[in-house]
Design a protein around this ligand. Sequence first.
Ligand SMILES: Cc1cc2nc3c(=O)[nH]c(=O)nc-3n(C[C@H](O)[C@H](O)[C@H](O)COP(=O)(O)OP(=O)(O)OC[C@H]3O[C@@H](n4cnc5c(N)ncnc54)[C@H](O)[C@@H]3O)c2cc1C
Length: 509
Amino acid sequence: MRLVSRRAVLSIRSFKFARRGLCSNSGSNLPDSDCDQFVKEPLKKHELNSNVPQYDIAIVGGGMVGMALACSLASAPLTSMLSVAIIDSNPALLNTDCLGGEGPPDPRVSTVTPATISFYKGMGAWQHVQQQRHAFFDKMQVWDYTGLGYTRYNARDVGIEVLGCVVENKVLHRSLVSCIQNTEFNKRIYSAKLSSMTLNSSSSFNMSTGTASQPCGSSARLDLSNGDSLYAKLVVGADGSKSHVRECAGIETAGWKYSQSAIICTVEHAEMNRMAWQRFLPNGPIALLPIGDNFSNIVWTMDPKESLERQSASESDFVKMVNSALDQGYGPRPEPQVFGGPNLFSSLRPADAPSSADESFEVPPKIIKLASARMLFPLSLMHAKRYASKRVVLIGDAAHTVHPLAGQGVNMGFADAIALSKAIAEGVAVGSDIGEVSVLQRYESERKPANIAMMAVLDGFQKAYSVDFMPVNLLRAGAFQAAHYISPLKQNIISFASGEHKPLPLLFT
Ligand SMILES: Cc1cc2nc3c(=O)[nH]c(=O)nc-3n(C[C@H](O)[C@H](O)[C@H](O)COP(=O)(O)OP(=O)(O)OC[C@H]3O[C@@H](n4cnc5c(N)ncnc54)[C@H](O)[C@@H]3O)c2cc1C
């Protein structure tokens, strides 16, 4: 192991640069964009500068996914010796104070899967989450407004303790920042935005000063909004759905806007909510997620015009709307026998059916108060056509954005971070240049099929639940019933949603 590590260090230190315009390279098929301006102008200034610091990796975007990659690199022996620049103007990156948890929770939360929790634990970041507000849940109920069926999921169905945990995004983020601050990792945080990115071919590495000077290899050059510049062997675009890195690298995307927006907010109940609830309405789903104490988070998807009206409705009217959307608005509560006779799937139910098949429909807890501002998000699906090109790789929302109906977006991003840090470690182990496409393609070939599968499932859900037509309603009711009573199907759905990524059967709810 020591030999491999020494070889890796040597390979890192012999890091060389080549000079070539990255954006101008791909610029011919780029639309007129900020990126075009970024690239043409700053070259002269930087060609003259001989004291630009250089790093093995520059992570552009220190959001949840970018910081997760940094922590993952810091926590693995082969990658912990790499030098890493993290570029983001978000002041939260410089603050490691524990979030107090006083007052209502922030409306921006994520439901994290057991796979993500294991990832956080492996890096030593979960202990920081545990010191702050979070809410595990082991049960979930999903139904729709037609009253034709419902499904209940229970962690015990697959022999696990929890289905997931709802955590404020700022807690997930702060935990990663605290985790990385506690390591010896060779990193520097640049409190700035990426302005331009250029592939350079003329610089060399001064080992004593850690700066680049004469021509001898290849790297990307990054120029930042605060005037700083740096070189990096590998640039990771973790800069969200409007990624500048993606744009500068000329990576195209595919996708579409949903004619839906999501309202998110924190609400208060008279008693503690311990379960996750999701009801599909004609214009989109509403989810009620426990977030600790007597608070829950609402993610309510609807037509954009409707969302503006609901956002500006009075507080008391909005609370009434939410209570109605969660129970009996648009349609009745599900009955145990949906087709007027004994239930088809309950009669087919095997002896080893999961315990949740015995659970009857429950009415979600009433909301008594709105406890935060209502935030609005237009929804879209976006997928980068490539995740990797020479010296550039995309992770998280920079590579893919999905509908929030199953709370999978950041979990997919965390899985990207795991796969990319593994591919980098493998590259380091064999002495490869970590900016080489061959190293990065290992990451892309692991994550792209998994992300496409998840995107197809989520888009399928979105479409299946956007139709109000009796035959389709009956099919959906059948799917709810099947998922409720058929144990292999239910177990598969839970495993898939938990981040295990087993193949999902065609029939799901
Ligand atoms: C309503 C809603 C609910 C959701 N609920 C869930 C859920 O329950 N579970 C789940 O898994 N996912 C959920 N998601 C998805 C999740 O929020 C995203 O997938 C996640 O935030 C993506 O993280 P990221 O770090 O990739 O990108 P971002 O969070 O967008 O972070 C990008 C970072 O890059 C920085 N940046 C941008 N441009 C530059 C630049 N030029 N230079 C330097 N830095 C830059 C930004 O400051 C930011 O810090 C939800 C999304 C929405 C809209």
